[in-house]
Design a protein around this ligand. Structure first.
Ligand code: NAD
Length: 260
């Protein structure tokens, strides 16, 4: 791993899946890492693995649906790691929601985590960057399902389209503070979330989990599903200096599912 840098990145949902891969990749890039997750145990495991590899990481518990919790996670990160430069608003949930099954409770839950969670992350990061007297980078998780509507995913797609809109507005509103705002749109990534979706799709069709996964794989131009590390590589670009002249954009890292 690189020597400890004075740049700090906080990744929400860093305890598993894509978030875990982003934490490990940005640690290799030289960032000090705040692994922020609802699941404290997983966050601690990821932070421990990074520290054992010679990186610098802490685990922070956060519920992104709770504004106070997000602000305090950013505070704790900056206090313990001595700075704040990048936030990756990665935490999200992806339930299967055919239109006729959606309940108000489900709507509130999914929008609070996926959309409000990103908004609170943007607000808390902006406040911290301002306090520290410098700009920073905001990076938000959308999806190929935030670029084109996917069947059975009305709630999820709605939230992921919303995140692209919020990313664009943040780019325009915060440019004066030297803050860039971009999003990444993964395709079908081998994570616990995706295995859960494949299981549900398979069950609904009376078929296996593998069948569920294959239904998603068939539209991938590169002919394989995504590893979490494929996405982390794109986020590494968005977090580093090579993307300095880029804001308001969605980087689609989906093996060629959606051409936009
Ligand atoms: P995952 O379910 O495997 O991991 C999500 C992590 O977020 C978990 O560690 C979980 O504890 C955490 N989390 C959930 N709710 C939280 C909350 N309220 N506060 C804090 N942490 C919370 O998911 P993943 O597949 O790694 O997905 C990560 C992001 O990438 C999500 O935003 C997802 O929508 C997006 N994405 C995933 C895929 C895919 O194929 N897996 C595709 C496109 C986009």
């Amino acid at each position: 791993m690189s020597a400890k840098s004075n740049k700090v990145a906080m990744i929400t949902g860093g305890g598993q899946g894509i978030g875990e891969a982003i934490c490990k990749r940005l640690a290799k890039d030289g960032f000090s890492i705040s692994v922020a997750d609802l699941n404290e145990i997983n966050a601690a495991k990821v932070a421990k693995a990074i520290n054992e590899e010679g990186g610098s990481a802490i685990a922070v518990q956060v519920d992104v649906a709770d504004r106070e919790s997000v602000f305090s996670a950013v505070e704790e990160t900056a206090a313990k790691l001595g700075g704040f430069d990048v936030i990756v608003n990665n935490a999200g949930v992806g339930p299967i929601t055919p239109i006729d099954t959606i309940t108000p409770e489900q709507f509130d839950k999914v929008y609070r985590i996926n959309v409000a969670g990103v908004l609170w992350g943007i607000q808390a990061a902006q406040k911290k960057f301002k306090e520290l007297g410098h700009g920073g980078k905001i990076i938000n998780a959308t999806s190929q399902a935030g670029v084109v509507g996917n069947p059975g995913l009305a709630l999820y797609c709605g939230t992921k389209f919303a995140i692209r809109g919020i990313t664009q507005v943040a780019a325009r509103d915060l440019a004066k503070d030297a803050i860039t705002s971009n999003a990444y749109a993964p395709g079908i990534v081998k994570t616990p979330m995706m295995f859960g979706i494949a299981h549900d799709v398979g069950q609904a069709a009376g078929k296996s989990d593998e069948w569920g996964m294959e239904t998603f794989a068939k539209n991938v131009t590169l002919g394989r599903l995504s590893e979490p590390e494929d996405v982390a590589a794109g986020v590494s670009f968005l977090a580093g200096p090579n993307s300095n002249y880029m804001t308001g954009q969605t980087l689609i890292i989906d093996g060629g599912m959606q051409f936009h």
